[in-house]
Ligand binder design. Structure first.
Ligand SMILES: Nc1nc2c(c(=O)[nH]1)N[C@H]1C(S)=C(S)[C@@H](COP(=O)(O)OP(=O)(O)OC[C@H]3O[C@@H](n4cnc5c(=O)[nH]c(N)nc54)[C@H](O)[C@@H]3O)O[C@H]1N2
Ligand SMILES: Nc1nc2c(c(=O)[nH]1)N[C@H]1C(S)=C(S)[C@@H](COP(=O)(O)OP(=O)(O)OC[C@H]3O[C@@H](n4cnc5c(=O)[nH]c(N)nc54)[C@H](O)[C@@H]3O)O[C@H]1N2
Ligand code: SF4
Ligand SMILES: [Mo]
Length: 739
């Protein structure tokens, strides 16, 4: 699609900015600048949907504050200079392994941020970096996000990646808690055009019920909205479970263990008992249970508002307990499991939690990670194993982690720090070296992580639209960083990326007994050959002995890279299929574990908190349509208007506390001064502050002009969800005073 007159061309690529994986049509001028972005109407999954962030993809490239060359900091006077890639890697190879040599591998740590879930580099090359460091000090945004869901799924299904998603396009009834997909575009439920899909649900006669302490855009688009006291979702869900048993409505249709234990655990939590704690009337809770049981198909879905809470894992567990009890687990219109095209991580043994614990607070690991809520402890607490060197990749924990301000101060104490990031920001300013990735349009794209949680089976691959020039691919940056961090130099004349890929390819093919077919792998480079291999070995794959049938893959005898290259708008692999159980299970029993002992144990904690005195004011977060966590506030077309950092508060609370425009918000962890935005759309007794703001220490000029405050100066890292170690962002007790 090239226009010969002005050299403009329109190319296709998946949007990497959120979990909706929208297909984009990107127009580039003859100098490779992005001059237009539209939704790809021929994409069989997103059908042309586009949001304001996707439309701004080109602005990210043109941002004058975006880093384009490695940066090295002079610690003596805190100044930065640009450096060559060689000089940057040389410095890392000199300094980073020296810390491990002197203090042991436990003195090095890695933090992985959210955008890694959206890049090929994050999916395929972080394991190499993790192996190179071989430290237990591994942290990521997962423990500020969805770890409760993964732990609950791991314990119930045996695999933390086996996550059930609502069958959005076919369900008759959706109970949604703590999610606002009309602003976030969805999470752990990959669904481009979530707004359209919810509209369609209601149009076909389905019912949408939203539970949220705020009357959000999604709540307004629902049949019913229920206010809930922050942090009390587990009580509400237990009230539903109690009713299902009490009224003989439970109807489990999958092979499952633990039904009696669940019934016993729910015995104490009748709707009447939990109503006061949740703020939802008992009669309403009982009605929700009856409606879920009576609907021809139904799904319960709960997201970030319920994960980043004190009982996040118990809540996520109860979500799937209800899906199972109402006969909706693994069946059409219920909570289902996707069948992604690429071969995933093959887990042979059941998921286990807490195989080792952190040094300072003895918090259990989950999926090989320690809670981000304890990274500051590990840096600042002296002793053997104290963290002294850190690598961050695509993360901004000073703004995103609980007690972020405290973590920022801790980062300043490190002996050495490296960041792979687009920007010099609140976190990376503490680094000694920053390695910037290339432009988005210079990177390939395949959604290894997100298609695992898709509401429709689908695959799409995008080649880089623009050549790299002399900028290394992010995959190569990670591969070279892995070498440098372990004190190695690349072998002369050998591409470090190809060397890594060859090892992975040989290992995988050997396991599959297909080593002799190595020469058949296609692709322009070793990254593409790895993708080709994962597609060939996946459920629809050419090398799968029994590939799932599909019209697009048929001419090739199954899925491979060429199928995706031939179908650049993406391939429709069909609606989610029921009956994936027990195949997807990795539990020892090969049955769904409805009552894992690790979760039953946490119910005692929940029970003990039932009658706690209620704090007068509770802080929660919120997401804004034109924000992306902390890192898109430097795009002038996205900030301003509704996208500013204000505290939502009910007018009655404003009056009661004698507040005016500005207030000081205090918590156990810190204080901020923030403008108030009174609104009837929040529960009295609850205030909401978006995260990702507080750009006072950034070199990003636009972001600094709209700085806002760091919500995570208020959240408290001493508090975690016990089973998963996840951060607690919602339900933080605060006090307000006039500024
Ligand atoms: N525009 C935009 N989109 C994004 C992002 C972004 O920053 N901006 N971030 C992306 C990321 S990383 C993620 S993880 C997803 C998250 O996607 P969502 O889970 O949809 O996130 P939110 O929009 O924050 O919705 C969470 C809701 O939970 C409510 N809530 C808070 N506390 C409680 C509680 O105790 N109980 C209940 N029931 N509700 C509560 C909040 O009021 C809020 O409306 O969004 C992704 N998409
Ligand atoms: N109070 C509160 N805190 C929260 C949340 C909340 O709801 N409330 N939500 C939590 C959630 S769900 C999440 S996911 C975390 C996010 O936590 P983080 O991942 O730590 O934070 P982000 O703001 O997403 O920062 C992403 C960083 O990656 C960089 N980046 C962007 N694209 C690329 C790329 O392609 N390559 C590389 N190398 N770098 C890139 C950006 O410049 C930025 O510095 O925040 C959590 N924090
Ligand atoms: S909804 Fe998400 S994936 Fe779609 S265009 Fe917007 S940011 Fe990109
Ligand atoms: Mo997230």
């Amino acid at each position: 699609m090239t226009d010969v007159t002005d050299g403009r061309r329109t190319l296709l690529r998946t949007c990497p900015l959120c979990e909706a994986v929208c297909g984009l049509e990107i127009t580039l001028d003859r100098d490779d600048h992005v001059v237009g972005v539209r939704g790809d109407r021929q994409d069989p999954f997103s059908h042309g949907f586009l949001c304001p962030k996707g439309a701004s993809l080109g602005h990210l490239d043109e941002d004058p504050d975006r880093l384009t060359a490695p940066m090295i900091r002079n610690r003596a006077d805190d100044t930065w200079r640009t450096a060559s890639w060689q000089a940057a890697f040389d410095l890392i190879a000199e300094r980073f392994p020296a810390v491990a040599a002197e203090h042991g591998r436990g003195a090095t740590a890695l933090y992985l941020g959210n955008p890694n879930a959206h890049t090929v580099a994050g999916a395929l090359y972080l394991p190499v970096l993790i192996r190179a460091l071989s430290t237990r000090n591994l942290y990521s945004a997962s423990t500020a996000d969805q770890m409760p869901k993964q732990v609950a799924s791991g314990l119930m299904f045996g695999d933390p990646l086996t996550v059930a998603v609502p069958d959005l396009d076919r369900t008759d009834y959706l109970l949604m808690l703590g999610a606002n997909p009309l602003e976030s575009n969805g999470s752990l439920c990959t669904a481009p055009d979530y707004p359209g899909r919810l509209k369609a649900l209601r149009k076909r006669g389905g019912r949408l019920v939203v539970v949220d302490p705020r009357r959000t855009r999604t709540a307004k688009a629902a049949d019913e909205h229920l206010f809930i006291r922050p942090g009390s979702d587990a009580y509400l869900l237990f009230g539903i479970v109690h009713t299902l048993f009490a009224e003989n409505l439970a109807d489990v249709r999958v092979a499952a263990d633990g039904l009696d234990e669940v019934r016993a655990a729910a015995a104490d939590f009748s709707p009447e008992v939990v109503a006061g704690r949740t703020g939802v009337p008992a009669e309403t809770i009982a009605r929700l249970a009856r409606e879920l049981a009576a609907a021809p198909t139904a799904a319960v879905y709960a997201r970030i508002g319920t994960c980043t809470a004190e009982f996040g894992t118990v809540t996520q567990w109860l979500v799937d307990v209800i899906n199972a009890l109402t006969g909706n687990l693994d069946s059409v219109g219920g909570a289902m499991f996707a069948t992604p095209a690429a071969l995933g991580i093959v887990r042979s043994r059941p998921f286990r939690l807490g195989r080792w614990t952190s040094r300072v607070r003895e918090l259990p690991e989950a999926m090989g990670e320690f809670p981000i809520a304890t990274l500051a402890d590990e840096i600042t607490t002296p002793g053997e194993g104290q963290v002294r060197a850190l690598i961050t990749v695509a993360g901004n924990p000073v703004l995103s982690a609980p007690s972020g301000t405290r973590l920022g101060a801790a980062l300043a104490e490190l002996d050495f720090m490296v960041s792979v990031d687009r920007y010099l920001n609140e976190t990376t300013r503490h680094a000694d070296v920053i390695l910037p990735p290339p432009r988005t349009v210079q990177s390939p794209h395949y959604d290894f992580a997100l298609l695992q949680f898709a509401v429709h089976n689908y695959a799409r691959y995008s080649r880089p639209l623009v050549p790299l020039g002399d900028h290394p691919a992010e995959a190569e940056i990670l591969a070279r960083l892995a070498l440098a961090a372990s004190g190695q130099q690349p072998e002369p004349g050998r591409d470090p990326l190809a060397a890594v890929d060859e090892l992975v390819i040989a290992g995988t093919l050997h396991k599959a007994g297909l080593l002799e077919r190595r020469p058949e792998l296609q692709g322009e480079n070793s990254i593409e050959q790895r993708i080709d291999m994962m597609l060939r070995l996946g459920p629809y794959g050419q090398w799968n002995p029994q590939p799932l049938p599909n019209a697009a893959t048929e001419p090739h005898g199954g899925m491979n890279l060429q199928v995706l290259l031939d179908n650049p708008h993406g391939v429709d692999l069909g609606a989610l299929v029921p009956g994936r159980l027990p195949d997807v299970l990795r539990t020892a029993s090969q049955r769904v574990e409805l009552a894992p002992p690790e979760l039953l144990a946490d119910v005692a904690r929940l029970r003990a908190r039932l009658t706690d005195a209620a704090p007068e004011l509770l802080l929660i977060g919120r997401r804004q349509l034109r924000s992306n966590n902390s890192w898109m506030h430097n795009i002038s077309t996205l900030v301003g208007g509704s996208n500013t950092c204000t505290l939502h508060i009910h007018p009655d609370d404003v009056a009661r506390l004698g507040l005016s425009d500005l207030a000081v918000v205090k918590s156990a962890a810190g204080a901020v001064t923030v403008p108030l935005e009174p609104t009837e759309e929040i529960m009295p007794g609850v205030v909401s502050l978006p995260h990702g703001w507080g750009h006072t220490d950034s070199t990003q000029t636009v972001a600094r002009a709209h700085a806002g405050v760091n919500a995570n100066a208020l959240t408290d890292d001493s508090l975690v969800d016990a089973p998963s170690g996840n951060a607690v962002f919602n339900g933080v007790p605060v006090t307000l005073a006039p500024a």
